[in-house]
Ligand binder design. Structure first.
Ligand code: C2O
Ligand code: CU
Ligand code: CU
Length: 462
C-alpha cells in the first residue's frame, strides 16, 4: 500500500511447511509464508516502510543487506522483535555470553523498518540478524530479496520482464522426512564426530536451491537474459560457469556488482561468489540449439553440489535488449590520497568465551564495545587480512576494492561492493566514504556461522 509518498509493506514472519523436495514437507521459518520471502520492488528515492510482525517462537531482527538507512532500521543484532509471550529480557540483550547492551531497542510483536531507498539501483536482500542466532535463522528460511530500480537503469535496454531473473542460490541439508538438518539445532547431530568442526567452518548442505527450488530447470527464449545472482548460502562459495550440452562455455557479461551497475561491462568465463555477494550478469542464449540445456555449474562443488541449475532453451525469439558500453557514470572514484586514515583488521580463528570462535582484530563481538569510530564524510582505507576464507561485509557504506594480495584487484572486484571475499591467507584493501547517517552500524564476516561465533565488530559513525 502507499500513503504520503511512502510505500508500505507488511510481512508476517511465520512457521510454515513447504514442499521443497518432492513428496516431503519441510518446516521452515519464513517471511510471509514463502522461501525466499516476498521480493520487495523499490524505486530510487521513494521511501518504503516494512512492518514486520514476529509470529515465530523466537525473537528476530531484520537487516536490509546493502541498504542505506538510519541505524534504528538497520537491524542491529540486539534490537529484537520479541514474539508474543516471550519474556521481556532482564537486560535488553541476552547473547550466549550473557552480555548486556544498554542501547538495544526491543519491541514486542511488530516493528517498522524504514528505508529511504536514496541509493543506487541494486539487488539487495533482507535477512535475520539476531545476535548469536543469525546462521540458524537464515538456514531455516529468513531471507528475501529487495530490488531497487531507477529510470536511468530502466532506459539502458538491458534484458527485462521475464528475461530478468533474480537467482538466490543457497545450499541446505535435509533429513529423510524433509526436515532441515542444522548441527547446532539437532542434539543427535551435535554429538557426532566432526560436527563441531563442520559448524566452526560454516554449515554446508548437499542440496542446491535456487529461489527455494532444488536444481531447477528454467525455460528461456534463445535471447539475452539478465541474471541477478545472490549467494544466500550460510557458508558455501561457488565459482559459477554456464556450460552448454556440447561443452561450450558461455560468456558471463557482468553489468553490476553488490551495489549496482558497473561503469562498463566485464566479461568473465566464470564468477566466484562468496556468501552475500551479488553479481548482475547478462548471458546470451542466442547461439544455443533449441531444445538443449545450458547448465549453471559450480566449479568448486563435487557430486550433487556441482550442479546449480539449468536453462532449457525452448524457442527462437526476437531480442530487443542490449548491453551498452557505458552502464553508469556515477560510481565513486575515491583515490588513496583522499583517505584520511588507514586501518588494519585481521579476520582469524581464536578463543571465544573459552571455546573456538572467530575474531576481528583479536576480539569477539561485544555489542557494548565500540570498535571503530569514524567521522561522517571521511574517506578511509581499510586493510583486511584473513586466515581462511572470509567474506567481509560492511553495513551502510558501499566500498571499492583497491588492491588484493598487494596487487591489482581481480576482474570480479569491479564496481561498488558491500562484501569482499578474502581468500585463505589473503589481504585486500578497500576504500570508502562513510556518508549517509550517523550512528551504530556493523562490519562482519558473512559466513553466517563465523558471524555467530564472534566475527563481527561495531562501526560508530559520528
Ligand atoms: Cu547480510 Cu550484517 O549482513
Ligand atoms: Cu548488511
Ligand atoms: Cu569468516
Amino acid at each position: 500500500t502507499t500513503s504520503g509518498g511512502v510505500d508500505r509493506y507488511e510481512i508476517s514472519q511465520r512457521e510454515v511447511s513447504l514442499e521443497i523436495l518432492p513428496g516431503v514437507r519441510t518446516p521452515m521459518w519464513t517471511y510471509h509464508g514463502t522461501f525466499p520471502g516476498p521480493t520487495i520492488e523499490a524505486r530510487r528515492g521513494r521511501p518504503i516502510t516494512v512492518t514486520h510482525r514476529n509470529e515465530l517462537p523466537v525473537p528476530t531482527v531484520v537487516h536490509l543487506h546493502g541498504g542505506r538507512n538510519t541505524p534504528d532500521s538497520d537491524g542491529y543484532p540486539t534490537d529484537l522483535v520479541l514474539p508474543d509471550g516471550w519474556p521481556a529480557p532482564a537486560h535488553p540483550m541476552h547473547g550466549m555470553a550473557g552480555m548486556t547492551d544498554p542501547r538495544a531497542v526491543v519491541t514486542r510483536l511488530t516493528r517498522d523498518y524504514t528505508f529511504p531507498m536514496d541509493q543506487r539501483p541494486a539487488l539487495l536482500w533482507y535477512h535475520d540478524h539476531r545476535m548469536d542466532f543469525t546462521a540458524p535463522a537464515i538456514w531455516r528460511g529468513l531471507a528475501g530479496l529487495q530490488i531497487v530500480r531507477d529510470d536511468a537503469e530502466d532506459s539502458l535496454g538491458l534484458p527485462a520482464g521475464p528475461r530478468e531473473l533474480p537467482l538466490a542460490i543457497t545450499d541446505r541439508a535435509f533429513d529423510a522426512d524433509g526436515g532441515l538438518r542444522y548441527p547446532a539445532l539437532d542434539p543427535t547431530l551435535r554429538e557426532q564426530p566432526g560436527v563441531h568442526e563442520a559448524y566452526l567452518a560454516g554449515v554446508l548442505g548437499d542440496v542446491i536451491l535456487v529461489n527455494g527450488a532444488p536444481w531447477p530447470v528454467h525455460e528461456v527464449d534463445a535471447v539475452r537474459h539478465r541474471l541477478r545472482v545472490l549467494n544466500a548460502s550460510n557458508a558455501r562459495h561457488y565459482e559459477l560457469e554456464a556450460v552448454t550440452d556440447d561443452g561450450r562455455r558461455l560468456d558471463l557479461v557482468q553489468v553490476g556488482a553488490d551495489q549496482g551497475l558497473l561503469e562498463a561491462p566485464v566479461t568473465h568465463q566464470f564468477l566466484p561468489i562468496a556468501p552475500a555477494e551479488r553479481y548482475d550478469v547478462v548471458i546470451d542464449f542466442a547461439g544455443v540449439p533449441v531444445g538443449s540445456l545450458v547448465r549453471i555449474v559450480n566449479r568448486l562443488g563435487s557430486g550433487r553440489t556441482r550442479d546449480v541449475m539449468a536453462f532449457r532453451v525452448a524457442r527462437k525469439a526476437a531480442d530487443d535488449s542490449r548491453v551498452p558500453r557505458t552502464l553508469s557514470t556515477d560510481l565513486p572514484t575515491w583515490r588513496r590520497s583522499d583517505a584520511v586514515r588507514v586501518r588494519d583488521f585481521s579476520f582469524r580463528a581464536g578463543r571465544v568465551h573459552g571455546g573456538h570462535g572467530w575474531l576481528i582484530g583479536g576480539l569477539p563481538f561485544d555489542p557494548a564495545r565500540p570498535d571503530v569510530t569514524v567521522r561522517l564524510g571521511d574517506v578511509e582505507v581499510w586493510r583486511l587480512v584473513a586466515d581462511v576464507h572470509h567474506p567481509v561485509h560492511l553495513h551502510l557504506a558501499g566500498f571499492r576494492v583497491l588492491s588484493r594480495g598487494g596487487k591489482q584487484p581481480l576482474p570480479h572486484d569491479a564496481g561498488l561492493k558491500d562484501t569482499v571475499s578474502l581468500r585463505p591467507g589473503e589481504s585486500a584493501e578497500i576504500i570508502t566514504r562513510f556518508d549517509g547517517y550517523r550512528g551504530r552500524y556493523l562490519f562482519h564476516c558473512h559466513n553466517a556461522e563465523h558471524e555467530d561465533m564472534g566475527m563481527m565488530a561495531n562501526l560508530e559513525i559520528v
